[in-house]
Design a protein around this ligand. Structure first.
Ligand SMILES: [Zn+2]
Length: 138
C-alpha cells in the first residue's frame, strides 16, 4: 500500500503552496474575524465567502497526542507521534510531532511549526517542542 498523499483542491492549494515555501497560512474571515482550519470556501462561523490567507505565527500547544508504535503500512516508519495542536490563532490542527522523545510530551506544552516533505509535490506542517515558549508564559 502506497503512502496516501493529499491531492489539494483549488481551495486548499494556497495552504500547500505556503507549506512548500516554509510558511504556515490560515484563512481569516473578513466578515467576522474567525480563523479557519482546514481550508474552506466559506467561513464555518458566519458562512461568509470573504476569506483572506494570512501567515500564522506557527506557535501552538499540544491538545492531545498519541504514540503510534505500529505503522499502518511499511511506508509509515514507527514509532511516530500524532498530535492535535491548538494553534495560537485558534484552530486545532492534526499533525505530527517530530524530533521529540514521547516521554517528554505532555498536554499543554508549547510547540512550533516546521515543515517536512511528504512526497515529491507535498510538504506538510510538523511540530517540535518549543520549551522557550513555555518559559515565556511562566
Ligand atoms: Zn465569518
Amino acid at each position: 500500500m502506497a503512502k496516501p498523499t493529499p491531492r489539494p483542491t483549488p481551495t486548499e492549494q494556497p495552504f500547500y503552496d505556503a507549506c512548500a515555501r516554509g510558511e504556515l497560512v490560515l484563512q481569516h474571515c473578513q466578515n467576522c474575524g474567525h480563523v479557519l482550519f482546514y481550508p474552506r470556501t466559506h467561513c464555518d462561523a458566519c458562512q461568509s465567502d470573504q476569506l483572506a490567507w494570512k501567515t500564522a505565527s506557527g506557535a501552538g500547544t499540544i491538545a492531545s497526542y498519541t504514540v503510534v508504535r505500529r505503522g499502518v503500512s511499511a511506508d509509515f516508519e514507527a514509532p511516530y507521534i500524532i498530535a492535535l495542536i491548538d494553534l495560537a490563532e485558534g484552530p486545532r490542527m492534526m499533525s505530527q510531532i517530530i524530533d521529540s522523545d514521547s516521554e517528554a510530551l505532555a498536554v499543554g506544552l508549547s510547540v512550533k511549526v516546521g515543515f517536512a516533505a511528504w512526497s515529491e509535490d507535498i510538504t506538510l506542517p510538523v511540530f517540535r517542542l518549543h520549551p522557550a515558549l513555555d518559559a515565556e508564559d511562566a
